[in-house]
Ligand binder design. Sequence first.
Ligand code: C2E
Ligand code: CA
Ligand code: CA
Ligand code: CA
Length: 274
Amino acid sequence: RAGKNRHAVFDAELGRRMERKLRLEKDLRKAMALEEFYVVYQPQWHSTAERPIGMEALARWRHPELGVVSPAEFIPLAEETGLIIPLTRWVMFESCRQAAEWRRDGWAEACVSVNLSVRVFESQHLFEMTTGALGAAGLEPERLEVEITESLLLYNVQEIVHQLTELRALGVKIAMDDFGSGYSSLGSLDRLPLDTLKIDQLFIRESNISSKQAILQAIVTLASELRMEMVAEGVETEEQIALLRDAGCHVMQGYYYGKPMEKEAVREWLASRG
Ligand code: C2E
Ligand code: CA
Ligand code: CA
Ligand code: CA
């Protein structure tokens, strides 16, 4: 009997989730035209130079009735439906325009990083959307970075490498996101053209555990030997900052320095810390 009851509860919960998913999927198709998306920016801070070196662009969706929907929920839906392609194009145009504006406002070294899903590579529109965004903004390619994940390696590696090499030839930087969280981490380092490693939050969050600390140190050493830049993600405390500095990692991104902010808040943040 209890088993049956639990089953009923589970069904109701599953039903609600399915309903929400269908609703979001339906509304997502109109969200672009209704201008419900916006971009927030999270600072990347150089802890020895004591200044910001860039911002990561993160998409947000303000649903008129459901409020702000997390990208963890809508990005997978956008990938399933193919909407990720126009969405990424929009984020790219918006971010490049914003970076050009920061530079005009006096932050000369401003860079912006944009996240890319595998679907964008499959679409064959990446090169064209990147050059389009840079051109429209009048932004130097060196000021744009794209973030990819290891899951790309499950797709046609040669094809991915080809598209990344084209971007890199323009001067665009390539960062490996969430490094250390996947399966093929080490293999990806010499298979993909990369400029930056973003160390996964996990190693920073659990850097009090000695095994995580050892892995963190190994990643930093490896990245240095390979002459790659690194960024530590999810930095929240002074202890973590001290640990990262001792390990040799100097660029940090996390709530300690700044949460993802809308462009008006970025302006204030830059004025007070930039
Ligand atoms: P991500 O690329 O790994 O982005 C970092 C996530 O960590 C962001 O979550 C950010 O808000 C969060 N974060 C930053 N600092 C801290 C910290 O100190 N502590 C903790 N606990 N969290 C921190 P967010 O904005 O919810 O984004 C989630 C994911 O959604 C992103 O993970 C990214 O994979 C994806 N995403 C967001 N925007 C886009 C986009 O335009 N395109 C694509 N393809 N994916 C996107
Ligand atoms: Ca960078
Ligand atoms: Ca990212
Ligand atoms: Ca990340």
